[in-house]
Design a protein around this ligand. Structure first.
Ligand code: MRU
Length: 369
């Protein structure tokens, strides 16, 4: 995406092919820092510490991790057992986004097919690059399909501003290009539709107020930051036309895990008869799961992410303690929105209802034999 007239992605391979470069998203919006990841440990650290985050980007980063594992193999022959072990370390970096295991397994599968060490390294690199390009293209298509929904609302409102609400950051920073939830917004903006975005996820890590606001602002898209609890009030007062969020893992029955608080947005949307869409590439479906609430692992992160707030103070980024120092805190990072609250999915293949039947009609190759 264009930032200050430069084409930017959140991840790319360095020209010497020895390091993976990522935007350190912990530092945005006040600092723009690029980090070099040179081995599997760096990749795992970057995923865990959230230099990179968001389901598709976690997958692409881990895919490059398999490449770095092959490149830095301690023995020249690049043993399969070593690669498998490094891959299982990569897969355990974060639990909720299924793209992580999906991407690692996809690269490993291709690498194990070839014998020569150089071929293994080249295959891992080209597979990681292929996944990155495919995710970018998937998001572009999600934008095309989602645009129809925004366009319809704009026509119904006779060109008046379409107010969208999105939770967390499911933008290009979380993907490779366009984003998932933001792709229809960017597409609508390019088409000249008057859009305004309510941006939340102000806690625990401020992915909305830091990252989505930064992205949209850099693109010139009208947006307003709201607290995580404001959505219901806005919906009751006709100030939200549509909710579009991303997801970290969706079951084939239509349940979706996304940043904590998404479920409450879905409940409020249902109570106010507002369409609630989930935008996702097919890499985010977990075709093995049927019951999201019982089966999707929900990450619990360091309570200090809640206890401390980070921000800019007189030009310096500082972290400050909010609650009593001795009070314990619990930091559940995701929740599951059941399929019944989801109006539909926006995927690279089109829009469908959040039912197993409709999802598998779009992805017939996933039907069990
Ligand atoms: O904890 P994060 O920042 O990795 O959580 C990200 C989200 O919840 C996103 O909404 C989700 O990954 C979809 S990204 C296109």
């Amino acid at each position: 995406m264009k930032v200050d007239d430069k084409n930017l992605r959140p991840i790319w391979l360095d020209t010497d092919l020895k390091a993976v470069k990522v935007i350190d998203q912990r530092r945005l919006p006040h600092e723009f820092v690029i980090a070099d990841l040179k081995n599997v440990d760096d990749i795992i650290m970057a995923i865990k510490e959230m230099y990179v985050r968001g389901a598709p980007l976690i997958g692409v980063t881990a895919a490059y991790g398999v490449y770095l594992a092959a490149l830095n193999s301690p023995v020249k022959t690049i043993e399969d057992d070593y690669l498998k072990e490094e891959c299982s370390r990569l897969k355990s970096a974060r639990p909720t986004a299924v793209n992580l295991a999906w991407a690692v397994d996809k690269v490993l599968f291709e690498v194990l097919k070839v014998e020569k060490p150089k071929k293994k390294i080249d295959t891992a690199r080209t597979q990681a690059e292929k996944i990155a390009e495919a995710e970018a293209e998937n998001c572009r298509k999600i934008g095309e399909h989602g645009l129809v929904l925004v366009d319809e609302i704009s026509r119904r409102k006779k060109g008046k501003t379409v107010n969208l609400l999105t939770h967390c950051n499911a933008g290009w920073l979380a993907c490779i290009e366009y984003g998932t939830a933001t792709a229809p917004i960017y597409a609508a903006y390019e088409k000249g539709i008057d859009v305004h975005v309510w941006v939340d996820e102000t806690r625990p890590l401020n992915q909305g107020s830091r990252l989505t606001a930064w992205e949209l602002g850099r693109h010139g898209i009208k947006h307003t930051i709201i607290t995580d609890n404001a959505g219901g009030h806005l919906m009751q007062h006709g100030m939200v036309d549509i909710v579009i969020v991303g997801t970290d893992r969706a079951t084939c029955t239509g349940d979706v895990a996304n940043k904590i608080g998404t479920y409450l947005k879905a409940l409020a949307a249902r109570d106010n008869n507002i369409p609630f869409y989930v935008a996702l590439p097919s890499s985010t479906f977990d075709w093995n799961l049927k019951d999201g609430i019982k089966e999707i692992p929900i990450e619990e992160r360091d309570p200090d992410e809640i206890r401390y707030v980070q921000g800019l103070d007189q030009g310096i980024t500082r972290s400050v303690l909010v609650p009593p120092a001795s009070s314990p805190a619990a930091n559940f990072a995701f929740d599951v929105t059941p399929a019944r609250l989801v109006t539909g999915f926006i995927t690279e293949r089109g829009i469908c209802k959040a039912t197993e039947h409709d999802i598998k009609r779009l992805f017939p190759e996933k039907k069990s034999p």
